[in-house]
Design a protein around this ligand. Structure first.
Ligand SMILES: Nc1ncnc2c1ncn2[C@@H]1O[C@H](COP(=O)(O)OP(=O)(O)OP(=O)(O)O)[C@@H](O)[C@H]1O
Ligand SMILES: [Mg+2]
Length: 239
């Protein structure tokens, strides 16, 4: 089966609500794939299902040729699925450096003895070289997002799931983020959930659109921009 991540017929119900309804998605190795859609479309649900923090009601998830549908999140992380969250998840009382070191030393982490130099390198790569000793709780919201990216990269993922990394960022911070995303190594495939469409269209080579839990469209950026189905999904919604 080709495709680093292959999702088939994926569904998740909450009582009567189909948060995700029979969605298929394929992310190739090294791809820049964006997942967009109005609020409540099911984007975070899909990321949580792929990361394993949520169990599906239907469908299968294959990663790197293995069926990971029933696999615990830590095992998936060990296989190379890294993520950031819609609300940044960092340890406030630890320094930025310690956050990356701890993230890298989790059971699935690959930062071993001597990982300090690598952690500093990762912090520099996300623009936090001047804040390595700062407590995460004292960082700005944008800096916490940068830190979470460094923490995810410490696991050396082959697939990085990013849930709204630009949310709450000021325009100059969004520009910084765009630069960071553009500089990610092409050994890492990215599945980017984002409402900031300028960022998406500047970044992605494939765009998938969800609406009310259903797959609406997958295509290139020009195909997505000119798709009537995508326009209809966003009709009446300020994207
Ligand atoms: N724990 C839950 N219990 C009940 N309903 C939920 C739960 N989590 C999500 N939902 C519902 O599932 C649907 C999809 O939610 P999801 O968070 O995946 O949307 P989203 O596309 O990420 O939206 P946003 O852009 O606002 O983050 C929404 O209708 C949401 O209210
Ligand atoms: Mg969401």
């Amino acid at each position: 089966m080709s495709g680093l991540l292959v999702v088939e017929g994926l569904g998740r119900r909450y009582g009567d609500l189909a948060a995700l309804d029979g969605v298929g998605l394929r992310v190739e190795a090294g791809a820049r794939h964006a997942l967009i859609g109005p609020n409540g479309a099911g984007k975070s649900t899909l990321l949580n299902l792929v990361a394993g923090s949520l169990r599906p009601s239907a469908g299968r998830i294959h990663f790197a040729g293995r069926d990971v549908t029933g696999m615990a999140p830590a095992r998936r992380a060990r296989l190379g699925i890294g993520r950031t969250h819609q609300h940044p998840a960092v340890w406030s009382s630890l320094s930025a450096l310690d956050n990356v070191l701890v993230a890298g030393r989790r059971p699935w982490g690959r930062l071993r003895a001597g990982g300090r130099a690598r952690a500093l390198e990762l912090l520099a790569s996300v623009g936090l070289d001047a804040a390595t000793g700062t407590l995460a709780g004292s960082l700005s919201h944008g800096q916490r997002r940068q830190l979470e990216l460094a923490m995810a990269l410490a696991g050396e993922p082959r697939l990085l799931l990013l849930d709204e990394p630009a949310a709450g960022l000021a325009p100059p911070e969004v520009e910084l983020l765009a630069g960071l995303l553009a500089a990610l190594p092409d050994t890492v495939a990215v599945l980017l959930v984002e409402h900031h469409l300028d960022l998406v269209y500047g970044f992605a080579d494939q765009v998938t659109v969800l609406h009310s839990g259903k797959h609406v469209h997958t295509g290139t950026v020009p195909e997505t921009r000119s798709s009537p189905e995508v326009a209809a999904a966003y009709a009446g919604v300020a994207p």
